[in-house]
Design a protein around this ligand. Structure first.
Ligand SMILES: Nc1ncnc2c1ncn2[C@@H]1O[C@H](COP(=O)(O)OP(=O)(O)OP(=O)(O)O)[C@@H](O)[C@H]1O
Length: 297
């Protein structure tokens, strides 16, 4: 059975509010799956259901084709929204404690903890109480805690929030190393630029329903408009009168435009060349922010 974490038709209410409705998606081994949605869309609730912290009203979560057991979940790594480490304990002690709790030998815990502390550039601070670390370093410690027992599956709620760009790259490196070992990684994030750069697969949720799911590149193709960008020497104002062209943005020597169905992009290129040198011309792929706006409207 392939290594897939699968959510099948998950429903959950709180009082009379339907918070998740028929939520179905896959998190595939060796791939980073970005989980995006506005505040209150249902990301944390979905993740809690995966981890068994919360029960669904209906639907089920399977791992490698079988319903999840407590034993399976013990081999998962979870970074909850409410961060769960002890403020007064040192980072190293917490990692040791958590690793041992998951059944690792003392030697294995030491090796994993040292490796993670090094990777996450926490080595110097490893013996300080968590509360004395900067917020960014506390966040790195939370990530180390989710990884210390070599989890089979990783579920991370907003792992990049509060990290500076350099720290984001450090954490990305650590997570990429896990996916390279075949671990499926699900992470939620509000930072669409980070998700766009990082994820292989995307799940977009709004109001408790999945609006789009699939590979990032597949979704880009699916939502691609016949949109082009042109840069020339001189002015692009003549595009206003070009048949089939509908301008999206025009700024002197640069323009972005949509082409009507049946209009020939090469005709526009020839028209540009007849006026002078063309510096660049080509289709524009939609950004994740554009896809997100489109599917959550
Ligand atoms: N224990 C609870 N009791 C009642 N309502 C809840 C509970 N937990 C979550 N909700 C509601 O469920 C909805 C989904 O919340 P959830 O935390 O899953 O969203 P989210 O996508 O993670 O949002 P955010 O990005 O703000 O963390 C929200 O409207 C929230 O108020």
């Amino acid at each position: 059975m392939s290594k897939v974490l699968h959510l099948e038709a998950i429903n959950r209410r709180f009082g009379d509010r339907q918070v998740l409705q028929d939520v179905t998606f896959d998190v595939v081994a060796g791939r980073m799956t970005g989980f995006v949605g506005a505040n209150g869309a249902g990301k944390t609730t979905s993740m809690r259901i995966i981890l068994g912290v919360l029960a669904p009203d209906s639907g089920e979560v399977t791992w490698q084709g079988s319903p999840l057991t407590r034993e399976d979940r013990r081999r998962f790594g979870y970074m909850p929204e409410e961060r769960g480490l002890y403020p007064k304990m040192s980072v190293r002690d917490q990692l040791t404690y958590l690793g041992r709790l998951h059944g690792l030998t003392a030697a294995a815990v030491r090796r994993n903890a040292d490796e993670l502390l090094e990777w996450l550039s926490l080595g110097q601070r490893a013996d300080d109480p968590l509360e004395q670390l900067s917020l960014g370093n506390q966040q790195r410690a939370q990530i180390a805690a989710a990884l210390v027992h070599d989890p089979e599956v990783l579920v991370l709620d907003e792992p990049f929030s509060g990290l500076d760009p350099l720290a984001v790259d450090t954490v990305v490196g650590v997570l990429r190393e896990r996916t390279a070992r075949g671990v499926p990684v699900l992470f939620s994030s509000h930072q669409l630029d980070v998700v766009e750069r990082l994820c292989d697969d995307l799940v977009i949720i709004a109001g408790g329903t999945i609006r789009a799911a699939g590979s990032r590149d597949g979704l880009r193709d699916q939502f691609a408009l016949p949109r082009y960008a042109l840069r020339v020497d001189g002015d692009t104002g003549w595009l206003r009168d070009q048949p089939g062209v509908s301008l999206v943005d025009l700024d002197g020597d640069r323009a972005v435009f949509d082409l009507a169905a049946g209009a020939d992009d090469q005709a526009v290129l020839r028209a540009a060349l007849s006026r002078g040198p063309v510096r660049s011309f080509g289709p524009v792929t939609p950004s994740l922010a554009e896809i997100f706006r489109e599917v959550t409207r």
